[in-house]
Design a protein around this ligand. Structure first.
Ligand code: OSB
Ligand code: MG
Length: 370
């Protein structure tokens, strides 16, 4: 395949409910959709999950725009690729340090394009083994415990298989205990988004009483050693998100015992190939993985769904239906939850859904064709 043009769309999608974590509150989900055009006219889509500001990661919409426009596109335009893996052989891609969200947007678009050109669903192209994936829901910090319990009840009614709540120091044992009082047996996990330090280990140990599925990224985003020590003293398995920037870090984290579970977010690690690589490293070490999310639009969700069909994805994913995030998704069909809390892996080629131009235009705040 030969790329003749790349289009970038900075989108601002209004979230159905504001999403609050230990690092801030979002009302809109910003991101960059990447559309690659092949010389035959076929197109592929990918999603940069960077936020407007450098909160979850140092990357932002603007830095990804800069890196894609000024470094990646000039070198990949016109190149003949034998397959999407070829992206990682391009000299400039190897030389760019970090900026995995920017790389992921382009890389995912090449995978979608490749699968479409071969008339196969992406999940089949990457070796998926199941035709539906387990869906969980991630719930932001709520203004009251009553509201939290009510919101959880409504998602359980819809069928979501696992509830994850955001915690931070001072908002942890109480919400978890309130949830357990109302829902003693549900699959429940917590995500701290790096808001604790080793000094909080008593507070974290207090969570051991609630049979949590895992505690996600309790400590600093660059820290592995303290996570390894914490994993030794907690019964609740420690899962890493922010710390697992790429396959290299995944290998180190597993080796020292810092990651008993890994949250793979394709957008965070550079796209499909690095996600598969982390999946395989973890599988060889007996570490289960699941696919995390960044409130993706229907495009990024297609990439998540495909990856969630891989064999070592053994826990429910942060991949919810389109309507959980947005009044209106930009793709059709929207992603829907089926009975029992599953999302079906599509039968159509590529990510299996189409971007609707009218909706894309509605949510685009900046556009460039390169
Ligand atoms: O830490 O997993 C996280 C959303 C934005 C930034 C970070 C995280 C999240 C989520 C949402 O938890 C997961 C989803 O997309 O449903
Ligand atoms: Mg997380």
């Amino acid at each position: 395949m030969r790329i003749r043009r790349i289009n970038l769309f900075h989108v601002a999608m209004p979230l159905r409910d504001p999403f609050e974590t230990s690092f801030g509150r979002s009302i809109h989900r910003h991101g960059v959709l990447v559309m690659v055009e092949e010389s035959s006219g076929e197109v592929g889509w990918g999603e940069v999950v960077a936020d407007e500001g450098p909160w979850y990661s140092y990357e932002t919409v603007e830095t990804s725009w800069h890196v894609i426009r000024d470094y990646i596109v000039p070198r990949i335009k016109g190149l003949e690729f034998q397959g999407p893996e070829g992206f990682w052989d391009v000299d400039i891609v190897r030389r760019i340090r970090g900026h995995n969200m920017a790389k992921a947007g382009v890389e995912e678009a090449l995978w979608d394009l490749w699968a479409r050109m071969n008339s196969k669903p992406l999940w089949r192209v990457i070796g998926g083994v199941r035709d539906r994936i387990s869906s969980g829901v991630s719930i932001g910090i709520q203004e009251s415990l009553e509201k939290l319990v009510r919101v959880i009840g409504s998602y359980l009614e819809k069928g979501y298989q696992r509830i994850k709540i955001k915690i931070k120091p001072g908002y942890d044992v109480e919400p978890v205990s309130a949830i357990r009082k109302n829902f003693p047996d549900i699959m429940l996990s917590v995500d701290a988004n790096a808001s604790y330090t080793s000094e909080h280990s008593d507070r974290l140990r207090a969570l051991d009483r609630y049979s949590l599925l895992m505690i996600e990224q309790p400590l600093h985003y660059e820290d592995l050693v303290d996570h390894a020590e914490l994993a030794k003293i907690l019964e609740t398995p420690v899962c890493l998100d922010e710390s697992i920037k790429d396959p290299h870090v995944a290998r180190s984290a597993i080796r020292i015992g810092a990651a008993e579970i890994i949250n793979i977010k394709p957008g965070r690690v550079g796209g499909v190939a690095p996600s598969k690589e982390i999946h395989n490293i973890a599988e060889r070490s007996g570490v289960p993985v699941w696919i995390g999310g960044m409130l993706e639009t229907g495009v990024g969700r297609g990439i998540q769904v495909a990856l969630a069909t891989l064999p070592n994805v053994r826990l429910p994913n942060d991949i919810s239906a389109s309507e959980r995030y947005y009044e209106e998704d930009i793709v059709e069909p929207p992603w829907i939850l089926t009975s029992g809390g599953y999302i079906e892996a599509p039968k159509k080629p590529g990510i299996g859904v189409e971007v609707i131009e009218r909706k894309l235009i509605k949510y685009t705040v900046k556009y460039i064709a390169i």
